[in-house]
Design a protein around this ligand. Structure first.
Ligand SMILES: Cc1cc2nc3c(=O)[nH]c(=O)nc-3n(C[C@H](O)[C@H](O)[C@H](O)COP(=O)(O)OP(=O)(O)OC[C@H]3O[C@@H](n4cnc5c(N)ncnc54)[C@H](O)[C@@H]3O)c2cc1C
Length: 399
């Protein structure tokens, strides 16, 4: 295939991975990111199964292994911070809710971006506003930059992808909300996590969690609450106000987190939804990662899908004679993996964030029972999905 001019929208996991693998084939890549710089936020994500294989084929295993965060497991605490049940990392041989290969999302993004050659042009603080596309090219309009023509546009801009809206239509055609509002940020709390991912469920479907961070004295916090019939909240002020109201009266470290969230420099928020597309590509536009097939964090497979999607898209481009053939093969290889990965774990949002007092009590029992039959079998099959693709070896990996 001739050298392609490619636009990648989004610089998190899927975008930089695609940029890296495409420049290794000699294609010219521009990355546009709405944020003013690489975003550092997020808790740990796991690198296992096919995601780890992709990292290996990108030549980044040593770099990511150097930044893995040892964690001891997940434990449920009550409103006073007393531990009620725990699932150590060894329970599923290092492949459970907390895996043996956990890395901070920001560290993973930074590691991939560091490997992307300098020839890649980054446009920060901008976004795609429209795409005029046909089978031969895509002419892209931006909020700030001048219009530009590309051979291929890759939407790697997450759950609320601007590329998806521009090329495939409005969000309501593609988003299946799961009824959970979710925020992540770095905070300090007056409790030592001692390597544990601690989680507190409060009635009303409210979840407070803190996971270890690499910086001493800080934790990677999250606040999640059920119910999102209303429109997604896009302005941070609305998100903060909603969380202040929702978490009023919740115990454990909730008051400490509420007091800090407005000052967090790595604030991230999502009204969780799955992205369901009948096709991951159209003309000269392709979607990878959450933009095309977000499974939600409840599956634990979003980062795996993002890495695998970038690898398969770049790999099929390396094999095909033209873009249309590459995009058709990308769809064909990814579709079954996406379908399995999007199956939510038992209970879905209500399993993660139970509402009633009795359901909260039961959820403690659930964590206790996870390592026992029949839950163990159910969960093991959920975790095994990270391996659910026979990855073609495209041989585009040499750095
Ligand atoms: C800051 C942050 C923190 C996160 N924390 C967690 C976490 O703790 N746990 C978890 O399971 N998942 C988390 N996620 C989501 C997780 O990264 C993804 O589910 C998964 O890794 C797939 O990655 P992705 O690259 O497809 O999408 P994302 O990671 O969502 O990245 C999308 C990128 O596109 C950018 N973007 C968005 N809109 C536009 C636009 N219009 N134009 C240009 N760029 C745009 C975003 O700023 C972001 O950099 C987080 C995402 C972000 C951005």
């Amino acid at each position: 295939m001739k050298t392609l001019d490619v636009l990648v929208s989004g610089a998190s996991i899927a975008g930089p991975a695609a940029a890296l693998l495409l420049t290794r084939q000699g294609h010219r890549v521009t990355v546009v990111e709405r944020a003013p710089a690489l975003r550092s936020g997020g808790q740990t994500v796991d690198l296992r199964g096919a995601g780890r294989t992709v990292v290996d084929r990108m030549g980044l295993t040593a770099a990511t292994d150097a930044r893995l965060l040892d964690q001891r497991g997940i434990a449920v605490v009550d409103a006073h911070g007393r531990r009620r049940s725990a699932l150590p990392v060894e329970a599923f041989d290092g492949n459970g809710i907390v895996s043996a290969h956990e890395i901070l999302r920001g560290d993973l993004a930074e590691t991939i971006v560091a490997a992307v050659p300098d020839s890649v042009e980054y446009v920060w603080n901008d976004t795609v506003t429209a795409i005029d596309h046909d089978v031969d090219r895509a002419v892209v309009s931006f909020e700030t930059s001048a219009d530009r023509a590309f051979d291929l546009v890759i939407g790697a801009d997450g759950l609320n992808s601007a590329v998806r809206r521009a090329a495939f239509g409005p969000d309501e055609h593609h988003l299946a909300p799961i009824g959970l509002r979710y925020a992540w940020f770095t905070a300090t709390i007056d409790q030592d996590l001692d390597g544990w991912y601690l989680m507190h469920n409060a009635v009303g479907g409210r979840v407070v969690s803190c996971r270890p961070s690499r910086v001493d004295g800080t934790v990677k916090a999250s606040l999640a609450v059920r119910g999102s019939d209303a429109a997604p909240l896009t302005a941070p002020e609305d998100q903060w106000r909603m969380l202040e109201e929702a978490f009023d009266g919740v115990g454990w470290v909730a008051p400490q987190l509420l007091a800090q969230m407005r000052h967090a420099t790595d604030w991230a928020y999502a009204d969780l939804a799955q992205v369901r597309m009948t096709s991951f590509a159209r003309d000269r536009v392709a979607l990878v990662g959450d933009a095309g097939h977000c499974p939600t964090p409840l599956t634990g497979l979003g980062t795996t899908l993002a890495l695998v999607g970038a690898y398969v898209l770049a790999g099929e481009i390396s094999r095909a004679d033209d873009v249309a053939a590459a995009l058709a093969s990308y769809e064909h290889v990814m579709r079954p993996f996406v379908a399995r990965a999007q199956q939510l774990p038992p209970g879905g949002a209500s399993g993660y964030a139970p509402s009633s007092r009795i359901a909260v009590e039961l959820s403690r029992f659930t964590y206790w029972s996870m390592n026992k039959w029949p839950m163990r079998r159910l969960l093991a099959s959920q975790f095994a999905k990270a391996d659910g693709i026979d990855l073609p070896d495209y041989r585009i990996t040499a750095g």
